[in-house]
Design a protein around this ligand. Structure first.
Ligand SMILES: *Cc1c(COP(=O)(O)O)cnc(C)c1O
Length: 350
C-alpha cells in the first residue's frame, strides 16, 4: 500500500468526510458509500482504459475463488485450454478440471517454469470455451509482456487472464481479452476485493450449478451489490486509484516498473553471488525471484536484510531462494535500498 494512502485512510477512519461515520459503518446502499463506489468504479475504468462493452465487477473470494468461478460461468462448451506457465496457472487448471475438461495447450514445467512458451506453439483445441493465461506468475517471476493475439492464431475463443499480481503496472490491450480477474491485494488495495473485468457478450452463460452470488450476469445486473460487497476494501482501492492518477496513471506506473525492475535485475546479473533463472524475454517486473549461489548463506542474508528494514524477501516455499516483490507501491528508493544491500552483503563475503 502507498504510505500516502494509509495516512489518508487513517485520517478518515473515524469520520468519513464529515458524515459522522466510518466507512465500515455505512450501509452499502446509502448515498455516502454509493459515492465512494461510483468514484472507484469510474477511476478504475479510466485508469485501465476499460472499453464500454466490458463490465467491471467488484467481487469477493480472491483469485482462488475465480479459478472456480470462471469455469462455472464460461465453460459451457465443456473444454477449456490452459497455458501452464507456473504455479498459479497450474492451480487454476487443477481447479477448472472439477467443472470441465482441461486441455493443457502449453507447459513450461520441463524448463522449471522459467520460460514462456511461444503462442505459435500452443496446442489449442477446436471449440474451447476460453483460453486461460496467467499473465504474471507471481511465484516463478514469469511475465507475459505482450498478450497473445488468439485471433491471429486462428482461435475464436476468448482469452481469460489472471492479472492479479501485475494489474495497474502496465496498460491492458482489451482487444485481445475476454475476461481479466485479479485479487486486489498485490497492486490495488487490501485483501478481500476481487476485480473482474468481463466483456458483455460473455455474460449469461453460467452453468446451472453456478452459485447466484458468483454468477457474473447477476453481479453485473446488480452493480456488484447482489450481496454486500467488501465495502472497506473497495474504499481503500478507491484511494489507491486516486493515488495512481496523481502519479500519472498507468503509463507512469509502467515506466517506473521498468526502471525499478531494470535496476534490480542488473544488480543480480552483475553479481557473482546472486542468480535469477528466468529467461530474459519474460522476466517479471513485479516479482523478482533470485537465489544465492551459496545457499548456506540464506539465513544470514535474510537476517541482514531484516536489520536493514528489508522485509518479506524469503522466496515461496515451492521455489526456495529469495523473492523481491516490487509492486506499484514500492518506491524506487526501496529497490535502491535492496540493491545497496545486495552489494554490501556480497562484498562482505568476497
Ligand atoms: C495472489 C494471486 C492470486 C490470489 O489468490 P487469492 O485467492 O486471492 O489468495 C491469484 N493469482 C495470482 C497470479 C496471484 O499472484
Amino acid at each position: 500500500m502507498p504510505q500516502e494512502v494509509l495516512t489518508e485512510a487513517a485520517d478518515e477512519m473515524l469520520d468519513w468526510h464529515g458524515s459522522g461515520m466510518s466507512v465500515m459503518e455505512m450501509s452499502h446502499r446509502g448515498k455516502e458509500f454509493g459515492a465512494i463506489y461510483q468514484q472507484a468504479h469510474a477511476d478504475l475504468r479510466e485508469l485501465l482504459a476499460v472499453p464500454g462493452n466490458f463490465k467491471i465487477l467488484f467481487m469477493q473470494g480472491g483469485g482462488l475463488a475465480e479459478n472456480a468461478i470462471v469455469p462455472l460461468n464460461l465453460s459451457r462448451a465443456g473444454v477449456v485450454d490452459f497455458v501452464v506457465s507456473g504455479s498459479w496457472s497450474q492451480k487454476s487448471a487443477n481447479e477448472a478440471s472439477r467443472y470441465c475438461s482441461v486441455n493443457t495447450a502449453a507447459n513450461n514445467a520441463s524448463d522449471g517454469h522459467t520460460t514462456l512458451p511461444e503462442p505459435a506453439t500452443w496446442r489449442l483445441s477446436r471449440g474451447a470455451s476460453y483460453v486461460h493465461v496467467c499473465t504474471n506468475e507471481t511465484i516463478n517471476g514469469v511475465e507475459c509482456h505482450e498478450l497473445p493475439d488468439l485471433k491471429a492464431l486462428g482461435c475464436d475463443a476468448p482469452l481469460v487472464i489472471d492479472f492479479s499480481s501485475h494489474v495497474a503496472s502496465r496498460p491492458v490491450d482489451w482487444s485481445r481479452v475476454g475476461l481479466a480477474f485479479g485479487g486486489a491485494q498485490k497492486n490495488l488495495g487490501p485483501a478481500g476485493l476481487t476485480l473482474v473485468v468481463v466483456r458483455e457478450d460473455l455474460l449469461g452463460q453460467a452453468l446451472p450449478i453456478c452459485p447466484s452470488a458468483f454468477n457474473y450476469q447477476t453481479v453485473a445486473d446488480n452493480q456488484s451489490m447482489y450481496n454486500t460487497p467488501p465495502t472497506y476494501a473497495i474504499y481503500m482501492a478507491g484511494l489507491v486509484f486516486q493515488w495512481l492518477k496523481r502519479q500519472g496513471g498507468i503509463a507512469a506506473m509502467e515506466a517506473r516498473s521498468k526502471a525499478k525492475a531494470a535496476l534490480l535485475y542488473d544488480a543480480i546479473d552483475r553479481s557473482q553471488l546472486y542468480l535469477n533463472k528466468v529467461a530474459g524475454n519474460c522476466r517479471s517486473r513485479m516479482n523478482v525471484p533470485f537465489f544465492l549461489r551459496d545457499e548456506s548463506l540464506n539465513e544470514a542474508f535474510l537476517a541482514g536484510a531484516r536489520a536493514h528494514g528489508l522485509l518479506q524477501l524469503k522466496g515461496h516455499k515451492s521455489v526456495g531462494g529469495m523473492r523481491a516483490s516490487i509492486y506499484n507501491a514500492m518506491p524506487m528508493e526501496g529497490v535502491q535500498a535492496l540493491v545497496d544491500y545486495l552489494r554490501e552483503f556480497e562484498q562482505k563475503r568476497a
